[in-house]
Structure formats: structure tokens, C-alpha cells
Design a protein. Structure first.
Length: 347
């Protein structure tokens, strides 16, 4: 009888162990399915993180462009280039038009500081008037770039700005002088119609010219404009014609649209053989070279200038160091003989 009871107990234990074994396997199988599901979901989560990466950069960098006035053809074209290339760099660009009033530039810098802009590019009416505001922006961590103009002498260090991209305006004056001396090997009388008085381009285009001409070139007179306005240049040229008349052999005007005003004044006086030089490289200058009323157009590339400025901003904001804080764009020497070598300007 005892043997029979022991046999029954042993049988019960074996069945109990078997039952326990089946219970431990079922929970083990259950987590296996979620584990496989998590493997399938993992790549989906990774792709969700990667997809927005490129769009996130689009427009995330706010860049302000402060310009003298969109009534200046070169600055209107420069603004179109800012808009054209902004997307390539992930920039959101905003225009601040000073309308030839430096206080509007000061206000614009204040807006950029308050709204957390990453960078400001500027070609202001009066750079020296913006120095206190520029310093405040620098202290706020904003990247400061001068575009197509430079701060006055004494403010050109990185203490006041991070970079300058533009045309070497001194070289523009040098090229004008060299071309004039070649055109008149025996000398000539020239009048100079300067750009906006006090602007860095006006100062440097004048200095480059005066420091390069030799004694055979006689400067009858020189006067600067109040603004980069064709009517100002025309009025100055009319005064020169009254004073010097047929003694004028050549005109050096600091910009092509200003040269238009000079040409109109010359036409009105029936002085059609005067050698006219202009700077900028806009469509007006090209047209005047084409029709023979302008002898030389010294061109600058705002397209390349804009990309140079955006490259500088990108390098600095990514923690890099610029090899040069001044980047000059190449000049185009456009004459009747060379005009076919250059694409027709878009501005």
C-alpha cells in the first residue's frame, strides 16, 4: 500500500513539473514578437529624425541686408542676388532700406539685435554714423559684414566688423587713370564727377585715380554728388561745361548711371567726342559702351560678391576662421573691343 502511495506521489510531481515547464515557455514566446516589432520600427524612427534635417536649416539663419536705397540700381540688383542665393545657404534674408538716411540704418541694426539675427550685411549711407550701433550688434554676437563698401579709415579692424566683400574701389580709380593715360599719350584735360560725397567708394575711386595719373593728365575740376543720382551728375557736368566748354577732353564719373547724366549734358552742348569713363558694370554702362557714348565701363560682379559674403557668414557661424577678412571681386574692363567677352549684366 505504501509503495502504491509513493508511486502516486511521484507521478503527481512529474506532472507538476511538466505543467510548470509549459508555463515558463509561453511568456518567453510572448516577448519574442514585440522584440521583432521593435526591430522593424527602429529604422522608421531613424528616418523620421533624418528627413527634417535639411528643411530645418532652410531659413533658420536670419540675415539682414542694410542698403542705402533701392533707388540705387546697383543696390536693387544686389538685393535680388541676396534673394537668389539665400536658399542655397539656408538663409532667411530681410531688406532694410535706409532711403539715404543713416538713422534708418541705426534703427535697422536695433531691429536685428532685438530679433536675434545671425548676421548683418550692409552698404550704408554713412558707415561712420552706424559705428555705435555696429558695436552694440557685435557685443550681441551678430556677425557684421560690409558689402560693396568699407568702414572709414580707422574703423576697418575686426573690432568693428568681421569681414568686407566688395570691389577694390582704389583699383577702379587706378584702372580709370591707366586707361585714360593710354588713350591720351600726349595728355588731356579731364573733369571728375564723384559719387556720393563721403561714401567709401567715392573716396577710394577718387584716391586711386589721383594717385595714378601722371603729369600729362590735367584735372580741370572735380566735384562729388550728394547722392548716387544721375540728375546730380548731370547738374555737375552742366556746370563744368559752362566753366570749361571745349577744353574738356575726358570725364571720369564714379558710376555708370551717373555717366548717363554726364552724357546727356554733353549731348545738349553738342560735345560728342568727349572720352567718358564710368564704374559699376550695369546694363546702362554696357549700352553706353555699345553705342559709343561711353569709352570705358569698369564692371563689378554683385553676384560673386553676394556669394563671397554668404561664404564668410557660413564660415564664421560654424566656428571657422576666415583666411582673409577682405574679399575683392574681380573687375571687368569693358570697352568697345572687349564687351563681347562678358555676359550682358542683369541690372
Amino acid at each position: 500500500m505504501k509503495k502504491r502511495i509513493a508511486l502516486l506521489l511521484t507521478l503527481a510531481m512529474v506532472l507538476g513539473l511538466a505543467a510548470c515547464g509549459s508555463k515558463t515557455e509561453e511568456p518567453a514566446a510572448a516577448p519574442a514578437a514585440p522584440a521583432e516589432e521593435s526591430k522593424e520600427e527602429a529604422p522608421a524612427e531613424e528616418s523620421k529624425e533624418e528627413e527634417p534635417a535639411a528643411p530645418a536649416a532652410e531659413g533658420s539663419v536670419k540675415v539682414g541686408f542694410i542698403t542705402q536705397s533701392l533707388s540705387n540700381a546697383s543696390q536693387a540688383y544686389a538685393w535680388s542676388q541676396f534673394q537668389k542665393y539665400a536658399g542655397d545657404y539656408g538663409f532667411e534674408v530681410t531688406l532694410f532700406d535706409e532711403d539715404y538716411d543713416a538713422q534708418n540704418g541705426v534703427s535697422a541694426i536695433g531691429t536685428c539685435i532685438a530679433q536675434g539675427y545671425t548676421a548683418i550685411c550692409m552698404n550704408p549711407t554713412d558707415p561712420s554714423a552706424l559705428i555705435p550701433a555696429i558695436m552694440e550688434a557685435k557685443e550681441a554676437g551678430i556677425i557684421i559684414g560690409l558689402y560693396s563698401s568699407e568702414l572709414p579709415e580707422g574703423y576697418g579692424t575686426t573690432e568693428y566688423r568681421d569681414f568686407m566683400c566688395g570691389t577694390d574701389d582704389v583699383m577702379c580709380g587706378e584702372v580709370a587713370a591707366q586707361t585714360l593715360m593710354e588713350a591720351f599719350p600726349d595728355g588731356c584735360n579731364v573733369v571728375e564727377v564723384g559719387g556720393q560725397s563721403g561714401h567709401s567708394a567715392q573716396i577710394k575711386r577718387h584716391d586711386g585715380f589721383m594717385n595714378t595719373i601722371n603729369d600729362s593728365i590735367n584735372v580741370l575740376d572735380a566735384k562729388d554728388c550728394e547722392a548716387w543720382a544721375s540728375e546730380d551728375a548731370m547738374a555737375i557736368m552742366e556746370d563744368f561745361i559752362v566753366k570749361y566748354g571745349e577744353d574738356i577732353d575726358a570725364v571720369y564719373c564714379h558710376w555708370d548711371v551717373g555717366a548717363t547724366g554726364c552724357i546727356e549734358a554733353l549731348k545738349a552742348a553738342n560735345m560728342n567726342d568727349v572720352y567718358v569713363i564710368g564704374v559699376d558694370g550695369c546694363s546702362v554702362g554696357y549700352d553706353q559702351v555699345n553705342d559709343g557714348t561711353q569709352a570705358l565701363c569698369i564692371g563689378q560682379s554683385f553676384s560673386q560678391m553676394t556669394q563671397d559674403a554668404f561664404d564668410c557668414i557660413t564660415t564664421i557661424m560654424n566656428g571657422g576662421t576666415l583666411e582673409n577678412d577682405v574679399v575683392w571681386t574681380q573687375l571687368d574692363i569693358v570697352t568697345k573691343d572687349t564687351i563681347g567677352n562678358f555676359p550682358y549684366p542683369e541690372w
